[in-house]
Ligand binder design. Sequence first.
Ligand code: CA
Length: 333
Amino acid sequence: MSTTSSLFTDLDFDRDGKQFGYIQAPQSTNTAAWANLFIPLIVIKHGDGPTALLFGGNHGDEYEGPVTLLKLARTISPEHVRGRIILVPALNLPAVQANTRLSPLDGRNMNRAFPGSPSDTITGQIAHFVSSVLIPMADVVVDVHSGGRSMHFLPSVNMHRVADPRQMSEMVRLAMAWGAPYVFIYRDVAGSGLLPGYAESLGKPTLGTEMGSASQYGPATLKLAYDGLRNVLAEMGVLSDEHRTPATPSQIVASELRDDYIMSPASGIFEPLVELGDTVEVGQPVGCIHFIEQPSWEPVVIRAKTAGFVMSRRAIPLTQQGDCVVVVARRIE
Ligand code: CA
């Protein structure tokens, strides 16, 4: 079994200047026996310095990353850079083109496919190229996410709590530089194999985001993504300080308990009873589930199991048992 990726790029990562190109992934489809998937890749390099690796479109229905990375790719001149910026604006390209969270080619979640393997389905092959070729070059990894279609979020820059205190304080420092309202420490409650988790496990300073959601998508969110990424690049010294946009200091918050992630106990129509930012107490109703097939049934009330405030809530009314409907966070030092 091969350990070498069949994916490739014509770009030269060591060349000064700005290069637009692609990661090409061999494909064979019903309508094209011989084909390649062309995943956009941009390299901006100028002299020696740190390498920033930026991703958008890891989840296809989250367009804050793709739009922001395309803007950065066009607007940053090599003369502004000290070191290197590698941009992948649409990592899960087929999903970005289909407005789906998961790849329409193999039904897989790119953000559960890491580190991937060359003999995997296409999503895992792309993950493997990222793990074996791109991430090893990076001094900082940023993966821009939002809640997509299914979740609303207070805008945050986020990370797991990693074991190494030096890596953790470096990640918090870079996250604070973004200038988002919240720096959010989360835990995985829906599987492993995340791109940020993999980069964190290598000791790389790694930032994720939840910039809002499909229905919060607008100029304010996109400005936060664009300014924030430039702020992080300036904090790294990859861009000069004149590229910074001042922002009010972020609050550091965390949802580290399993019970902070409230899953629906039943399938039906979700009625939210709290807004983003609302304070919640233990036992407080945060939503209920209505049963359209049984009009006489009382809705099931969903209650908070932890105290804090609402960091995220479900955006799609139709809900299956086990879907996360509310995330409760708390301020920490
Ligand atoms: Ca996401």
